[in-house]
Design a protein. Sequence first.
Lengths: 205, 205
Amino acid sequence: MGITERKERERAEMRKLILQAARHLFLENGYEKVSIRNIADAIEYSPATIYLYFKDKNELLFALHQEAFGKLIEEFQPVFAIKDPFQRLTTMGQQYIHFAFENPELFDLMFIMTAPMDTLECRDDVWDEGRNAFGILVQVVQECIDAGVFKHQDAERAALMIWSMVHGLSALFLRKRMMVFSEERRGKLMQEAFELFSETIRKGL
Amino acid sequence: MGITERKERERAEMRKLILQAARHLFLENGYEKVSIRNIADAIEYSPATIYLYFKDKNELLFALHQEAFGKLIEEFQPVFAIKDPFQRLTTMGQQYIHFAFENPELFDLMFIMTAPMDTLECRDDVWDEGRNAFGILVQVVQECIDAGVFKHQDAERAALMIWSMVHGLSALFLRKRMMVFSEERRGKLMQEAFELFSETIRKGL
DNA sequence: CTTGTTTAATAAACACTGTTCAGTAAGTTT
DNA sequence: AAACTTACTGAACAGTGTTTATTAAACAAG
C-alpha cells in the first residue's frame, strides 16, 4: 500500500509549496505586509487550506525561522577553514553582522521577533536551532581558550558575552537605533566598535 | 484674548488623556493587544477623535517612547553620585539591564520596535532621545578614559561597543532567545556574562 | 441677538487581518 | 454501487488602522 506514503509525500510537498510562497513574499515585502491571504493567493489556494498544514501563522513563521538557521550555518562554513582560532572567532562575528545586514528579514525571524518563539513556548519545546548555533560559537571560543588566546576558562560564559555584543550591534542597526549617528558615520563606527571589541577581548579575556 | 491659549491648553490636556490611557493599556496588556479602539473606549471618545491629536498609531507610540526615555534617565540619576568612574559605568550598564527586565514594554518601545522610529524617519528628524541618552554614556566612558581606567582614547567608539553588549544581552532575553539556556541557569549566566564583560574591558580597553 | 464661520467630535464605512466551520466534491475502501 | 474518508473552500466572525461626510457646539462679526 504505497498510497499512504504518496499522501504523505503530497502533504510534505504542499507544506513546501506554502513555505516557498511565504518565504518569497516575506523577503520581498517584509513580515508585516505578508498575510495568510497573500500566501494563499500566491499558491492559488484558499486561505483556509494553509491551516490544514500549519496550526497558525506563528508555526509558519517558525518553519521559516528554522530554514533561516540552515542558511546561516551554511554561510558559516568557510570560517571553519580558518586556522587561527582567534581569527576564526572574529570572522564568525563579522559573518553574523554581515548576515544581519544582507538578510534583515531572516535575521529578524531568527533573533528578534517573538512570534516564531511562541510556537516553541506553547508546546514547551527546546530551541534546537538556537542551541546548535550557539554550540558552534562555544566550540570556537573553547578553541581560543585551548590555544591560550583567552585566559578566562568558561567558554559558555564568554560565548554569551560575545554573542550579546555582536547581536546588540546588529539589532540596534536593524531596528534603526543607529540613528544616533549620521548616515555617513554609521557603518564606519559600527565596524570600529566591532574591531575595538575584538581587540579588547584579545587583550583582556 | 486668552481663548486661543485655553484651546491650546485643552488640546494638550486631551493629548495627555489619550497618552495616559494608552500607557495604561500598553503596560497592562502589551503593545500587540492595544488598539486605537481600546484606547478610545478607555477615554470614552470615538476612535476617530484620536486621529485629531495624533497623525497615526506610530506617532502615539513615539510619544510614549519619549516618555519612557524620561523614566530611564530618571532612574539613571543615582549612578551619577557614584564616585569611581568605572563603577559608575558598570552600575549604569546594570541599570540598563534592570530597566529592560522591569519595564519590558517600555524597553521595547525605546530600543526594539521599529514603529515609533518610523515617525522620525518619515519626517527625517533626528532621534534626540537616543542621542541624549547615548551622550550620557559617552560622557561616563570619557571619565573612565580621563581617570586612566581605559587606555583606548575614543569614547564614542567605546560607548557604542558597551551599549551593544548590554543591549544585546537585554534584547536577546526579552525576545526569548535565552531559551538556549535552561530557566534556572538563565539569570545567573547573564549576570556572569555581564561581569565578565566588565572585567574584560577593565583589563583590555 | 442673529447671522456666518470655525472647530471638535462622531458614525459609518473601507480595506484589511487571523482564524473557524459547515458544506462540497473527489478519492479510497468495502 | 454504496459507504466512508480526505482535501479543499466560501462565508462568516471578530477584530485591526484609518478616512470621510455629517453633526453639533463654540466663537466672531454685524
